[in-house]
Design a protein around this ligand. Structure first.
Ligand code: ADP
Length: 244
């Protein structure tokens, strides 16, 4: 299968930082995969998710390819057409006060024609299962509903890859599972590749086809959840739980 994302021997250092945030990380993600990324705080997870679209200022060695194109050689706008990111702080990501306008903003920004917008919106809301929230003020929604709105707003732009940074961090177990159910639908029905940074190991082991473990900027494990979580002792040393 073709790799939709290829990180080749990437070392990344933030401007002015003493040590590398990522050190010689290589990772190829095939189209259609559902990849979970875990590791302790400061391991480099957010840096990895942002290094691909070049969100951060710093020094990057190696290469990040999206759909075969080197992200150093294409514009951030072109990369964001392929890779949609849901940030950890979704409240900071929202630009509108209600759900419909939030989706509309992204679509207009991407230059989607006005006659195409209603269908795109409807499909994104349906895929995530939140048609009933279309006219709601975002400030009145629960944490889980907000995550779904953030996911729908990105999906409306029809990316090939969806990258999420700890979407369940602020959610209770039930809402967390619902977000992963949504990601699973997006992955299965829309064929979108999902890369999710997540600390809840039970969700990773249940939903992901592959789990990547980072520690101190290095890739420690990259395998099926079953195989990765069989290294209980090593994971404990790093500070990562294993599912029961
Ligand atoms: P994680 O997402 O796994 O918690 P990060 O990718 O946020 O880890 O951080 C990896 C390393 O890079 C840490 O040592 C962190 O302190 C450093 N770092 C993260 N963001 C910045 C930044 N904007 N400027 C300088 N250093 C940063």
């Amino acid at each position: 299968m073709n790799s939709i994302i290829e990180v080749k021997d990437v070392t990344f250092t933030y401007s002015g930082a003493q040590r590398h945030a990522l050190e010689r990380v290589s990772l190829a993600v095939a189209e259609g995969e559902f990849v979970g990324v875990i590791g302790p705080s400061g391991a480099g997870k957010s840096t990895l998710s942002g290094a691909v679209p070049h969100h951060f200022a710093g020094e990057l060695y190696g290469a990040c390819l999206v759909d075969g194109k080197d992200t150093c050689e294409v514009t951030l706008t072109d990369v964001s057409r392929l890779v949609g990111s849901v940030l950890q702080d979704i409240d900071a990501q929202f630009v509108a006060s209600n759900v419909r306008d939030e989706l509309l903003f992204g679509l207009e920004n991407f230059g989607v024609t006005h006659d195409e917008i209603p269908a795109r919106m409807q499909q994104a809301l349906e895929t995530v299962g939140i048609e009933d929230l279309r006219d709601r003020e975002i400030a009145t929604l629960s944490g889980g509903q907000k995550q779904k709105v953030a996911i729908a707003a990105i999906l409306a732009l029809r990316p090939r890859v969806l990258v999420l940074d700890e979407p369940t961090a602020a959610l209770d177990p039930v809402s967390s599972t619902l977000v992963f159910e949504t990601l699973c639908e997006v992955n299965r029905l829309a064929g979108i590749t999902v890369v999710v940074i997540e600390q809840k190991v039970a969700l990773l082991s249940e939903y992901c086809s592959r789990v990547v473990v980072l520690d101190q900027g290095k890739l420690v494990f990259d395998d099926t959840p079953r195989k990765v979580f069989s290294h209980g002792e090593r994971l404990r040393e790093i500070g990562v739980d294993s599912p029961r």
